[in-house]
Design a protein around this ligand. Structure first.
Ligand SMILES: Cc1ncc(COP(=O)(O)O)c(C=O)c1O
Length: 407
């Protein structure tokens, strides 16, 4: 077997299950509430379900092709142009857009296509991170370079701190904006700086923007990397590929549908990789996805639901736990006192809540583990369940005198 498989870390949820199994069992009379998973639970749009059902009979009878259907590529390009005010014709749907089966597989396979197996190959990524970036780097034969996101740097990696000789080893940089788990948005000026670094040190940027449509201020949509490219007159999106998904935007995590867009030369090679990998998106999925990308109204309604939950939950927790209402995403990233795994275990045993210890989402660097002392609380459940969970955490904090803010 490939020895690099042995370099993979256990997935955070495996570690969480082990933590819960070792902790005292909770009271079964108390209904379990999960705040650990990043799986949207709002209803999928009915018109997409109908479109999928309509497309199935013909869709099932044909092999899909890796390049995907023009209908979907055009819808994706149209959405990008609307969402990021790129202007009409800013993207060529034939060469600059490629459908994928959700961003997870694409984020993984992209590294396999990009990284050359040199001894010192490095793949840079935020820390804490979505663990696929790390697994992709390791299985591509590269060494991860973890860029800490902490309160001190506003949860945005300090790209200037990386020495030039390290940048020279970097072949691929994963960005995650809005970030999981922090919900932080990388400012446009920082994205411009990252583009300059990519030119200077010759690396490719994979911008994971799968939370791009989940933001709390309707008047401040997070900037995207293609948008910054356009502002800089970088109309060929050189070195840049962005990753988008319907999972969070349209509550369709089970559809497995997303797309990548950007540099036509890179996508040409990546499409070749995908042809061999055999991961073409089923035609019925593509046709239903095109309808979803064409519509923005259901996405605004989705955002309103998340806003409602943040509005209710943040005031319950903020008198006890240091946290900020993030600009985007559907996570809270509060600071807890002491060991985050001990707090997560206690919330399981005493409150029947599942929360994710922050340290499970990050790796140790010279400055320690940037997830240590934090929890990731995912507000995907119904508003009532999120509020009930927040009340239990508040009561637990009050009972134990557990505070990370001034009384
Ligand atoms: C940061 C980030 N990227 C990518 C994904 C993968 O999403 P999907 O494969 O459903 O598009 C997730 C899912 O939780 C995520 O949190």
């Amino acid at each position: 077997m490939n020895p690099d498989l042995g370099r993979l870390y256990p997935y955070p949820f495996e570690r969480l299950n082990a933590l819960k199994a070792a902790a005292p069992a909770p009271d079964p009379a108390l209904e379990h509430i999960s705040l650990s998973i990043g799986e949207p639970r709002h209803a999928p749009p009915g018109f997409v379900v109908e479109a999928l059902t309509r497309a199935l009979p013909t869709g099932l009878g044909a092999y899909p092709v890796s390049r995907g259907l023009a209908r979907l590529r055009e819808a994706a390009a149209g959405w990008l142009e609307r969402r990021y005010r790129l202007g009409p014709g800013a993207l060529d749907p034939d060469t600059q857009v490629l459908p994928v089966n959700g961003t997870r597989e694409a984020l993984f396979s992209f590294a396999q296509a990009v990284v050359t197996r040199q001894q010192d190959a490095r793949v840079a990524m935020p820390n804490p991170f979505y663990q696929i970036y790390e697994g992709a780097a390791l299985l591509a034969g590269a060494t991860p370079l973890y860029l800490d996101c902490t309160e001190d740097n506003g949860f945005v990696p300090d790209f200037e701190q990386v020495p030039a000789e390290t940048w020279r080893q970097v072949q691929l940089l994963y960005l995650c904006s809005p970030g999981n788990p922090t919900g932080e948005v990388i400012p446009a000026a920082t994205l411009a700086r990252v583009l300059a670094l990519a030119d200077e040190h010759d690396f490719v940027i994979a911008a994971d923007e799968c939370y791009a449509e989940i933001y709390l201020d309707e008047s401040a949509p997070p900037p995207g990397l293609l948008e910054v490219c356009r502002q800089l007159g970088r109309d060929d999106y050189r070195r840049v590929v962005v990753f988008h998904s319907l999972s969070k935007r349209s509550n369709l995590p089970g559809l497995r549908s997303g797309f990548v867009a950007g540099d036509a030369d890179i996508l040409h090679e990546y499409a070749l990789y995908r042809t061999y990998h055999g991961c073409a998106v089923p035609n019925a999925t593509q046709l239903a996805s095109a309808e979803a990308w064409d519509d923005d109204a259901h996405v605004a309604a989705n955002r309103a639901l998340y806003r409602e939950k943040f509005d209710a939950v943040v005031p319950l927790l903020s008198p006890w736990l240091a946290l900020r209402r993030p600009p985007a995403g559907f996570y809270l990233w509060p600071r807890v006192a002491g060991d985050d795994t001990a707090v997560a275990a206690a919330l399981w045993s005493e409150c029947h809540l599942t929360v994710l210890p922050g340290s499970f989402l990050a790796r140790d660097t010279a400055a320690g583990n940037p997830g240590q002392g934090r929890l990731r609380l995912s507000l995907v459940a119904e508003p009532g369940a999120c509020i009930e969970a927040a009340q239990r955490i508040r009561d637990w904090c009050a009972h134990h005198g557990h505070r990370t803010v001034a009384a």
